[in-house]
Design a binder for this molecule. Structure first.
Ligand code: URA
Length: 242
């Protein structure tokens, strides 16, 4: 396949001379307007380095993943509409601000997506969270919907679809089909993930051109077992068990 080479970029604070900055592999550029990659800041690259490292233990993996998840949720929320909202401060002055408009919900793709629920709850108090379980059918080896529990008024909500690893996109495509079948318009779905593959993005962006993908990093590709490379291994195993 035509796997892109991984670009390296200098990383570090602006006040440092370019020549004094270390270089690091940064996210692969993708030609789709609906893909939003987090700014490749020194913080983000350092956090990703921690969770990619096979020697990072479970406690650190959870801690640093959670920091990236918070960044993804905050960026996702920037895509929701706001309306003007003027308020009065305690010193009696007015401030011309905004407030969020509309209802949201999270939808986690089990099991790994559940790891992103806490980060969403920390940003959106008492947010409704639905779940979707998709697994490979033993007979057909195709992804199959095994279980879903979604808010009954989901068609009126913005949906933040949660799955940390966006590899082939097979489960995410099925999850989006479920959301659309419940009446959620494609342009009100945001798919939040930590690592994405160019293959998964390509599958998805063509199929759902109005759906927004918010990712921390677009990696190099997939290996023969459909693991993301360089990747971070099995996210669910590292978050829940290892
Ligand atoms: N799921 C994972 O946990 N890791 C990958 O690399 C791909 C899918």
């Amino acid at each position: 396949s035509n796997q892109p080479t991984s670009p390296k970029q200098s990383v570090g604070p602006d006040y440092r001379d370019e020549k004094q900055k270390p270089t690091a592999t940064v996210s692969t550029a993708v030609p789709f307007e609906n893909v939003h990659t987090l700014p490749q800041t020194p913080q983000l690259i350092a956090l990703l380095t921690m969770i990619r490292d096979k020697n990072t233990d479970r406690a650190d993996f959870i801690f640093y993943s959670n920091r990236i998840i918070r960044l993804l949720v905050e960026e996702g929320l920037n895509h929701l509409p706001v309306v003007e909202h003027a308020i009065t401060t305690p010193v009696g002055r007015s401030y011309a601000g905004v407030q969020f408009q509309g209802k949201i919900c999270g939808v986690s793709i089990m099991r790994a997506g559940e790891a992103m629920e806490q980060g969403l709850r920390e940003c959106c108090r008492s947010v409704r969270i639905g779940k979707i379980l998709i697994q490979r059918d033993e007979e057909t080896s195709m992804p199959k919907l095994f279980y879903d529990k979604l808010p009954e008024d989901i068609a009126d909500r913005w949906c933040l679809l949660l799955d940390p690893m966006f590899a082939t996109g097979g489960s995410a495509i099925m999850a989006v089909d479920v959301l659309k079948s419940r009446g959620v318009p494609e342009n009100r779905i945001l798919f939040l993930n930590l690592l994405a593959s160019p293959e998964g993005i390509e599958n998805f962006a063509k199929r759902f051109p109005q759906l927004r993908i918010i990712t921390a990093f677009v990696d190099q590709g997939l290996d023969e077992k459909n693991y993301i490379i360089p990747g971070l291994g099995d996210f669910g195993d590292r978050f829940y068990t290892m």
